[in-house]
Design a protein around this ligand. Structure first.
Ligand code: SAM
Length: 373
């Protein structure tokens, strides 16, 4: 009993320190990740409070367009890996992409995310052309790309065409673990180099991991936290690993929704201003996942704007949530879901902002340019 009270006090102390200093020693992260669910409640409450201080009860929406399931890579966990012969491959035409954006714009979306497998390198100009068509037609919208690894010159091409943000999860910062998840021709060094280029080129950059990916230890996750702390991304994307039946990692267990939410909370306390999506993968393994993510400090959701005809072919993992509030046309359902916990959609572009205070004075001043000005 005494031990339990002591642990509770220690946990609270760690959470308060993380909220104040945005940093803990490695052992502190291990404790937060391994405490019991009751103790984690305080972590989630504090993170949610920080998110509300920064963003109010508004949740940003991004319209996700799954550009293609063609991929030159062969990641061992991913359903659209090039060795998966079960898949019917597709590539949207630029007309289809523009039509998705048109529908999304009418619904109110002001960020479009083009995500897809990694196309052959000679497709870079084709991607840039699509970006510039969107940029010309919807000048008030943000364009995010999530199209994997390219050369610095290609990223520059995408930036000049009008892309604002880039999502590229590093997946794991541990080289041995990276090698368990990827074929020999892929390298962690190249992934990290790409992230560095994206930052240098002025993208708002997102990185992150799959939680519970095969072979991942608690120490690996701490390494990821420390890498993200040093990299200082604007967006942090985290979802549970979910096995896909046609991949070599099909027999590994699904990652934990609770651990995913703990990481949302830890990152919210470390990065009060970061854009952190409550991901589709989380909502796919837990029917209430989206809401749990928001209550752990996430502030973004990404409904699907892709044409209905291709949604079943973008099968990154089994059991991917595709219907209802997950789809852009189910926006009313999403609104109702958010309203049930006192939240609403924020229809703004939702750019990263070093100091966004929701009708309040900044009480956490370490990253606040208003306080440092
Ligand atoms: N090819 C691009 C890239 O690598 O960044 C973008 C598309 S990729 C499919 C997007 C993300 O899906 C990956 O970064 C990975 O974290 C996630 N993903 C792939 N397979 C998954 C699985 N089996 N379970 C959960 N997430 C998965």
């Amino acid at each position: 009993m005494h031990l339990q009270i002591y642990c509770g006090i220690f946990m609270k102390h760690l959470v308060d320190t993380l909220r104040r200093c945005h940093h803990l020693p490695s052992s502190g992260y291990v404790t937060l990740l391994s405490c019991d669910d009751e103790q984690a409640l305080y972590l989630h409450q504090q993170a949610q409070q920080v998110a509300i201080e920064r963003f109010g009860h508004g949740i940003y929406v991004r319209g996700l367009i799954e550009l293609t399931n063609v991929c030159r890579n062969d990641c061992l966990y991913c359903g659209i890996r090039r060795s998966n012969t079960e898949l019917e491959r597709y590539m949207l035409t630029s007309e289809q992409v523009l039509e998705c954006c048109r529908q999304g714009y009418e619904l109110g979306f002001r960020t479009f995310v083009l995500q897809g497998g990694e196309l052959p390198r000679e497709r870079a100009q084709w991607i840039a052309n699509i970006v510039s068509l969107i940029r010309k037609r919807w000048q008030d919208c943000a364009i995010t790309l999530s199209l994997g690894e390219w050369s610095r010159e290609n990223y520059e091409l995408f930036k000049k065409a009008g892309a604002d943000r880039y999502l590229l999860r590093h997946e794991t910062h541990n080289a041995e673990h990276y090698a368990r998840l990827h074929p020999a021709e892929m390298s962690l060094d190249n992934r990290l180099q790409c992230l560095q280029w994206l930052k240098e080129l002025g993208f708002q950059v997102g990185t992150g991991i799959m939680v519970g990916s095969p072979g991942q230890s608690l120490n690996n996750i701490v390494e990821d936290i420390e890498f993200i702390e040093q990299f200082q991304p604007e967006m942090i994307g985290l979802g549970p690993f979910v096995p896909q039946h046609a991949t070599p990692l099909r027999d590994y267990p699904t990652g934990s929704a609770e651990l995913t939410c703990r990481l949302y909370s830890i990152f919210r306390l470390m990065f009060p201003n970061a854009l952190i999506p409550s991901t589709t993968a989380l909502n796919s393994i837990d029917a209430n996942g989206r809401i749990k993510g928001i209550m752990a400090g996430a502030n973004v959701v990404m409904p699907n704007l892709s044409p209905a005809t291709v949604r079943d072919s973008y099968t990154l993992y089994d059991g991917k949530a595709t219907g209802n509030a997950e789809a852009a046309e189910g926006i009313a359902q999403l609104q109702a879901q958010l309203a049930s916990i006192g939240y609403h959609i924020d229809w703004g572009r939702g750019d990263f902002n070093k100091c966004i205070m929701h009708n309040a004075q900044c009480s956490i001043n370490a990253q606040c340019i208003m306080h440092n000005a």
